[in-house]
Design a protein around this ligand. Structure first.
Ligand code: PMP
Length: 377
């Protein structure tokens, strides 16, 4: 534990899908470290990645905190890598495709489609034989739901089966993950990592960008089973090569040191709050408040996702009268509630509530939504 963090109340809440809120105590610690890291007289941003501060303290401390929180066994490597989650769309394929002829992508929306489309570029360029898309959605009672994938749909010769665990834009989240048998399951957990419990042993690889649940945009964590690493696709550079990154403590080139440090502060914060189990309870409570309000609003608000797979992190909703949308955002901002617009591809409204969103933020939003519905309903 690096400091004695106590979270103080906040008055401004941002419901952005990312970059998103960070715990205030983490921001305060970081502000201090930006000026003077641990009485070194140097900013955390000035410390060399080859210094023992980084090499022996910051990096291992962050990695170990991730290992402990996510219960990662020694069978896996934990890599921190520059670049957002989109950078991993290609890297996953480069590192896990090996000599297989096929990789399968289960499509539940924008982010899985983007990962699939990136993989298709490799197919079109003749670097891999076949990239397959499996439709992972269905409609139940007119609502969007995730379809259970049949074992027969998983090709045993597939290098991996790819999923987006939580679809940030549509607000759809796997309740339980598909069983892919012996084929490694790979998950983009960008918007849900640390907010739900899962068994790492069920996955070949899990990755996530930092901007939502562990700090900074533009860097990611990749947790990957050691035995899957080794052979990479032709044209893969060292900074994209998971095995080489792992062998070099994620520092082949200059790593995103401040981002790695901040991720460690957030991991310490999560530990202090009771770990992933507590974060999952928190996500349940915060999302429950907003869904409860939506469901009891006499259709003033609505959410198109089947209750079983509603995201506990990203809640898209629409107003029965769309003319009120701009007013909703304007009046919300006056109350200190920001960035409630839906993704630019779909419009509507969306509340994203990650690790850094305090419960009071959800309460304040619920109360605002209630009053807004009473006023204009
Ligand atoms: N995957 C998911 C599930 C996301 O939500 C996002 C970003 N919102 C991305 C990938 C892309 O992340 P980045 O912008 O860091 O590339």
């Amino acid at each position: 534990m690096r400091n004695n963090m106590v979270d103080k109340p906040r008055t401004i809440f941002t419901f952005s899908a990312g970059p998103s809120m960070m715990p205030k105590s983490v921001l305060e610690q970081l502000a201090q470290d930006i000026i003077d890291y641990n009485d070194t007289g140097m900013s955390i941003a000035e410390l060399s990645h080859r210094s023992s501060y980084y090499k022996d303290e910051i990096f291992p401390s962050t990695r170990n905190a991730f290992k402990e929180l996510l219960n990662v066994s020694d069978d896996y490597e934990i890599i921190f890598i520059s670049g957002g989650a989109s950078f991993e769309f290609g890297n996953i394929l480069r590192n896990l495709m090996k000599k297989c002829d096929l990789a399968q992508y289960i499509n539940i929306g924008n982010w899985s489609k983007k990962a699939h489309d990136t993989a298709k570029v490799f197919e079109n360029d003749g670097l891999v034989k076949r990239i397959e898309s499996i439709d992972g959605l269905q409609k139940i009672d007119g609502l969007v739901a995730i379809r259970q994938i049949l074992p027969t749909e998983i090709n045993p010769d597939s290098a991996y089966v790819y999923i987006t665990a939580n679809e940030t834009i549509a607000g759809i989240q796997y309740l339980s993950f598909p069983d892919t048998g012996k084929v490694p399951l790979v998950a983009d957990m960008s918007s849900e990592i640390f907010t739900r419990e899962f068994d790492m042993d069920d996955f070949g690889a899990v990755y996530a960008c930092g901007q939502k649940n562990f700090g900074f945009a533009g860097f990611s964590v990749v947790i990957v089973r050691k035995e899957l690493l080794g052979e990479v696709l032709a044209g893969t550079t060292d900074v994209q090569n998971y095995k080489k990154l792992a062998e070099n403590d994620s520092a082949i080139n200059t790593p995103p040191t401040v981002a790695v440090y901040t991720a460690g502060l957030i991991a310490d914060y999560i530990k202090k709050m009771g770990g992933v189990k507590a974060m999952a309870r928190d996500a349940d409570a915060k999302s429950g408040l907003i869904y409860g309000l939506i469901d009891n609003s006499d259709n003033f608000y609505s959410n198109p996702v089947h209750p079983e797979v509603r995201s506990k992190i990203n809640i898209p909703f629409i107003l029965s009268n769309k003319d009120f949308e701009e007013l909703f955002k304007k009046e919300a901002a006056i109350e200190g509630l920001f960035t409630l617009g839906g993704h630019r591809s779909v419009g509507g409204l969306r509340a994203s509530m990650y690790i850094g969103m305090p419960y009071e933020g959800a309460e304040k939003l619920a109360s605002f939504m209630q009053h807004f519905a009473e006023k204009y309903g």
